[in-house]
Structure formats: structure tokens, C-alpha cells
Design a protein around this ligand. Structure first.
Ligand SMILES: [Fe+2]
Ligand SMILES: [Fe+2]
Length: 180
């Protein structure tokens, strides 16, 4: 994961995110990305998040660096924001599951006694504890990263939210495999 974090240009953000990652990496290594829907194996969280970061970076490059088409301006956003939000987009999942005693139907993980819903507040708190203060743009992308499946009914999505949601869909439905 540090290979992606190293691509962040802003030195302070890079250092803070590395510190945050070092406190989470034991969980990152083992947690699944869900209990049944996608990447539900041990280490599935890591596989999923790496794929989302990779695909989000490629989409950003395609749309905003290669400039193949006219795009809505990504006001105030850089590749750093894309990497940051892709890295944190499912971070609450690191605290949501526990290993089952007897694996059944190929399921190794189940919900722990914690909220089973998206918890942006938990992510915001973890970031703040490591000096990463999320802006409205980051929060909107976090809240809307499931697109039409998101918990609220907001219809509009920022370009950053669309990039993260698209990368999330690709990882969930297309590159839903072990490893990068
Ligand atoms: Fe998610
Ligand atoms: Fe995700």
C-alpha cells in the first residue's frame, strides 16, 4: 500500500497518510472487503482498495491529464485527492468484521457487534487523529462513493465522487479477484 501512498506529492499528506496506514496495516492485511458480496476473503480489503486506487488514478489520468475529451472541471482537485479518497473510501470496514469460528458456504467472515452501515464519521475521525483534515470535496466523495446505492438520495455527484464510484464498481464487478 505504501507504493501508492508514495505517489502523493504533498509531503505533509504523504507523511500523515503513511502514519495512519502504519497503525492500520495489521487489519489491512487480513480484513475482507465484505462478508459475502465482493472480495470477502482474508486480505480482500487490501485487494479491493489497491484496485480502487489503481483504477481511480487511471480514470483521473484519462480524463484530466491526457485530456481526451471535454470534462467538467475538477475544481481544486489533484491526483493527491484521488489517492487519498480511494485509500480511505472503505476504511470503516476495517472495524466491521470478525472471523467466523467454522467457515460455512465459503464464508470466513461475519459482521462484528458494530454498525453494519457506512460510517464516514469513523473515517473522518481516524484521519483527523493523524492530521488529515478532510474537506467538503473529500466528504462528498466518501458519502457518494456507492453512487445510486449510497445511503442518501443526493442526485448530483462531483467529478471526484464519480471517479471513486467508477473505480469501486470496476473493482467490485470486473477485477473482483485476489491480488492487484
Ligand atoms: Fe464502499
Ligand atoms: Fe469499495
Amino acid at each position: 500500500m505504501n507504493d501508492f501512498i508514495d505517489k502523493i506529492e504533498n509531503e505533509t499528506l504523504r507523511r500523515n497518510l503513511k502514519n495512519l496506514h502504519s497503525t492500520l496495516q495489521e487489519r489491512v492485511k487480513v480484513m475482507p472487503a465484505s462478508v459475502k458480496y465482493h472480495q470477502n476473503w482474508t486480505g480482500g480489503y487490501r485487494d479491493h482498495v489497491r484496485q480502487v486506487i489503481q483504477k481511480a488514478m487511471e480514470l483521473y489520468r484519462l480524463l484530466y491529464i491526457d485530456g481526451l475529451t471535454k470534462v467538467k472541471p475538477l475544481v481544486g482537485f489533484t491526483m493527491d485527492d484521488v489517492i487519498l479518497v480511494a485509500y480511505i473510501h472503505d476504511m470503516d470496514k476495517l472495524f466491521r468484521y470478525q472471523k467466523v469460528n467454522q467457515p460455512r458456504d465459503g464464508r470466513e467472515w461475519e459482521y462484528a457487534e458494530v454498525p453494519a452501515y457506512d460510517d464516514s464519521a469513523k473515517i473522518t475521525q481516524l484521519c483527523a487523529q493523524h492530521g488529515i483534515i478532510l474537506g467538503d470535496n473529500h466528504l462528498e466523495a466518501l458519502a457518494m462513493h456507492h453512487g445510486g446505492w449510497s445511503a442518501n438520495n443526493k442526485r448530483d455527484m462531483s467529478p471526484l465522487a464519480v471517479i471513486i464510484h467508477s473505480a469501486d464498481l470496476i473493482s467490485t464487478y470486473i477485477t473482483n479477484h485476489k491480488g492487484d
